[in-house]
Design a protein around this ligand. Sequence first.
Ligand code: MN3
Length: 200
Amino acid sequence: MAFELPSLPYSHNALAGRGMCQETLELHHDKHHQAYVTALNGFVEKNAALQGKSLEAIIQLAHGKADMAPVFNNAGQHWNHSLAWLSMSPTGGGVPGKLEGKLIEDFGSLSAFKEAFKAAAIGQFGSGWAWLVLAPDGKLKITKTANASTPLVTGEGKALIVLDVWEHGYYLDFRNRRPDYAQNWLDKLANYEFAAAQLG
Ligand code: MN3
Protein backbone atom coordinates (compact mmCIF):
# COMPACT_ATOMS: atom_id res chain seq x y z
CA MET A 1 0.00 0.00 0.00
CA ALA A 2 1.29 3.39 -0.92
CA PHE A 3 2.38 5.86 1.71
CA GLU A 4 0.08 8.83 2.17
CA LEU A 5 0.58 12.44 3.15
CA PRO A 6 -0.90 12.81 6.65
CA SER A 7 -3.41 15.64 7.05
CA LEU A 8 -2.24 18.60 9.06
CA PRO A 9 -3.60 18.34 12.63
CA TYR A 10 -4.83 21.98 12.29
CA SER A 11 -5.94 24.24 9.46
CA HIS A 12 -3.42 25.87 7.14
CA ASN A 13 -4.06 29.27 8.71
CA ALA A 14 -4.19 28.05 12.32
CA LEU A 15 -0.62 29.14 13.07
CA ALA A 16 -0.77 32.42 11.16
CA GLY A 17 -1.11 34.53 14.30
CA ARG A 18 1.83 32.74 15.88
CA GLY A 19 4.53 33.25 13.27
CA MET A 20 3.79 30.66 10.59
CA CYS A 21 1.65 31.93 7.74
CA GLN A 22 -0.86 30.01 5.66
CA GLU A 23 1.36 30.08 2.57
CA THR A 24 4.25 28.50 4.49
CA LEU A 25 2.05 25.57 5.51
CA GLU A 26 0.50 25.25 2.05
CA LEU A 27 3.90 25.03 0.41
CA HIS A 28 5.65 23.08 3.16
CA HIS A 29 2.95 20.48 3.80
CA ASP A 30 1.01 20.28 0.54
CA LYS A 31 3.99 20.65 -1.81
CA HIS A 32 7.30 19.77 -0.11
CA HIS A 33 6.06 16.96 2.12
CA GLN A 34 3.82 15.61 -0.65
CA ALA A 35 6.81 15.52 -3.01
CA TYR A 36 8.78 13.35 -0.57
CA VAL A 37 5.82 10.95 -0.23
CA THR A 38 5.33 10.77 -3.99
CA ALA A 39 9.04 10.13 -4.61
CA LEU A 40 9.14 7.45 -1.89
CA ASN A 41 6.15 5.68 -3.42
CA GLY A 42 7.93 5.73 -6.78
CA PHE A 43 10.96 3.98 -5.29
CA VAL A 44 8.83 1.40 -3.49
CA GLU A 45 6.95 0.62 -6.68
CA LYS A 46 10.20 -0.19 -8.47
CA ASN A 47 11.93 -2.12 -5.67
CA ALA A 48 10.39 -5.37 -4.38
CA ALA A 49 12.70 -5.32 -1.33
CA LEU A 50 10.87 -2.23 -0.07
CA GLN A 51 7.34 -3.45 -0.66
CA GLY A 52 5.15 -4.28 2.33
CA LYS A 53 7.63 -2.65 4.70
CA SER A 54 6.82 0.02 7.27
CA LEU A 55 8.26 3.49 6.85
CA GLU A 56 10.56 2.89 9.81
CA ALA A 57 11.79 -0.40 8.32
CA ILE A 58 12.53 1.27 4.98
CA ILE A 59 14.50 4.02 6.74
CA GLN A 60 16.59 1.42 8.59
CA LEU A 61 17.07 -0.67 5.45
CA ALA A 62 18.22 2.26 3.30
CA HIS A 63 20.38 3.92 5.95
CA GLY A 64 24.09 4.02 5.11
CA LYS A 65 23.71 2.45 1.68
CA ALA A 66 25.01 4.74 -1.05
CA ASP A 67 22.80 3.22 -3.74
CA MET A 68 19.73 3.74 -1.54
CA ALA A 69 20.44 7.34 -0.58
CA PRO A 70 17.44 8.69 -2.53
CA VAL A 71 15.18 6.17 -0.78
CA PHE A 72 16.60 7.10 2.62
CA ASN A 73 16.25 10.80 1.93
CA ASN A 74 12.61 10.67 0.88
CA ALA A 75 11.59 8.14 3.54
CA GLY A 76 13.42 10.11 6.23
CA GLN A 77 11.83 13.34 5.09
CA HIS A 78 8.37 11.74 5.18
CA TRP A 79 8.96 10.51 8.75
CA ASN A 80 10.53 13.76 9.95
CA HIS A 81 7.82 16.00 8.49
CA SER A 82 5.04 13.76 9.86
CA LEU A 83 6.48 14.35 13.34
CA ALA A 84 7.12 18.04 12.64
CA TRP A 85 3.40 18.77 12.08
CA LEU A 86 2.55 17.08 15.38
CA SER A 87 5.33 19.08 17.05
CA MET A 88 3.39 22.32 16.59
CA SER A 89 0.02 23.48 17.88
CA PRO A 90 -2.23 26.54 17.55
CA THR A 91 -2.03 26.64 21.34
CA GLY A 92 1.69 25.82 21.44
CA GLY A 93 4.36 27.14 23.75
CA GLY A 94 2.84 26.07 27.06
CA VAL A 95 4.91 23.51 28.93
CA PRO A 96 2.91 21.05 31.04
CA GLY A 97 4.17 20.55 34.58
CA LYS A 98 5.35 16.99 34.13
CA LEU A 99 7.57 17.90 31.18
CA GLU A 100 8.71 21.15 32.76
CA GLY A 101 9.96 19.25 35.80
CA LYS A 102 11.98 16.90 33.62
CA LEU A 103 13.35 19.74 31.48
CA ILE A 104 14.52 21.50 34.62
CA GLU A 105 16.03 18.26 35.92
CA ASP A 106 17.95 17.57 32.71
CA PHE A 107 18.82 21.10 31.50
CA GLY A 108 18.84 23.18 34.70
CA SER A 109 15.97 25.47 33.72
CA LEU A 110 13.34 25.98 31.04
CA SER A 111 15.32 28.89 29.60
CA ALA A 112 18.51 26.79 29.53
CA PHE A 113 16.60 24.14 27.57
CA LYS A 114 15.38 26.74 25.09
CA GLU A 115 18.85 28.26 24.70
CA ALA A 116 20.35 24.82 24.04
CA PHE A 117 17.62 23.91 21.56
CA LYS A 118 18.01 27.21 19.76
CA ALA A 119 21.79 26.71 19.61
CA ALA A 120 21.25 23.31 17.97
CA ALA A 121 18.81 24.81 15.46
CA ILE A 122 21.23 27.60 14.58
CA GLY A 123 24.27 25.33 14.66
CA GLN A 124 22.93 22.86 12.11
CA PHE A 125 24.92 24.00 9.08
CA GLY A 126 22.70 23.92 6.02
CA SER A 127 19.48 21.94 5.95
CA GLY A 128 18.36 19.70 8.77
CA TRP A 129 16.46 19.26 11.98
CA ALA A 130 16.68 20.06 15.71
CA TRP A 131 15.21 17.47 18.06
CA LEU A 132 14.19 16.94 21.65
CA VAL A 133 14.77 13.26 22.33
CA LEU A 134 14.40 10.89 25.25
CA ALA A 135 17.88 9.37 25.29
CA PRO A 136 18.51 5.69 26.07
CA ASP A 137 19.81 6.73 29.53
CA GLY A 138 16.37 8.20 30.36
CA LYS A 139 17.45 11.83 30.09
CA LEU A 140 16.02 14.46 27.77
CA LYS A 141 18.58 15.54 25.21
CA ILE A 142 18.79 17.89 22.27
CA THR A 143 20.27 16.73 19.04
CA LYS A 144 20.44 17.85 15.44
CA THR A 145 20.54 15.96 12.17
CA ALA A 146 21.46 16.97 8.64
CA ASN A 147 19.21 16.77 5.60
CA ALA A 148 16.86 13.77 6.02
CA SER A 149 18.60 12.05 8.91
CA THR A 150 16.67 11.17 12.02
CA PRO A 151 17.18 9.83 15.55
CA LEU A 152 15.66 6.58 14.25
CA VAL A 153 19.08 5.79 12.78
CA THR A 154 21.47 7.76 14.99
CA GLY A 155 20.58 5.82 18.14
CA GLU A 156 20.30 9.05 20.11
CA GLY A 157 16.89 8.23 21.51
CA LYS A 158 13.16 8.50 20.97
CA ALA A 159 12.21 11.66 19.09
CA LEU A 160 9.67 13.72 21.08
CA ILE A 161 9.37 16.91 19.01
CA VAL A 162 11.31 18.28 16.06
CA LEU A 163 11.92 21.62 14.39
CA ASP A 164 12.50 21.74 10.64
CA VAL A 165 15.41 24.09 9.96
CA TRP A 166 15.41 23.68 6.20
CA GLU A 167 15.05 27.14 4.68
CA HIS A 168 11.72 26.15 3.11
CA GLY A 169 10.35 25.96 6.67
CA TYR A 170 10.94 29.58 7.57
CA TYR A 171 11.91 31.80 4.65
CA LEU A 172 8.47 33.29 4.03
CA ASP A 173 7.99 34.17 7.70
CA PHE A 174 11.51 34.96 8.91
CA ARG A 175 13.62 35.33 5.74
CA ASN A 176 17.22 34.55 6.75
CA ARG A 177 16.61 34.89 10.49
CA ARG A 178 16.76 31.26 11.63
CA PRO A 179 17.44 32.24 15.28
CA ASP A 180 14.15 34.21 15.37
CA TYR A 181 12.29 31.31 13.75
CA ALA A 182 13.66 28.89 16.35
CA GLN A 183 12.87 31.25 19.25
CA ASN A 184 9.33 31.81 17.99
CA TRP A 185 8.81 28.06 17.56
CA LEU A 186 10.00 27.38 21.11
CA ASP A 187 7.82 30.14 22.60
CA LYS A 188 4.65 30.04 20.50
CA LEU A 189 4.42 26.91 18.34
CA ALA A 190 6.08 23.94 20.00
CA ASN A 191 3.58 21.31 21.13
CA TYR A 192 5.03 20.45 24.53
CA GLU A 193 1.78 18.63 25.41
CA PHE A 194 2.57 16.17 22.61
CA ALA A 195 6.17 15.83 23.80
CA ALA A 196 4.94 15.13 27.35
CA ALA A 197 2.43 12.55 26.09
CA GLN A 198 5.25 10.79 24.26
CA LEU A 199 7.23 10.49 27.49
CA GLY A 200 4.58 7.94 28.52
MN1 MN3 B 1 10.64 20.70 5.54
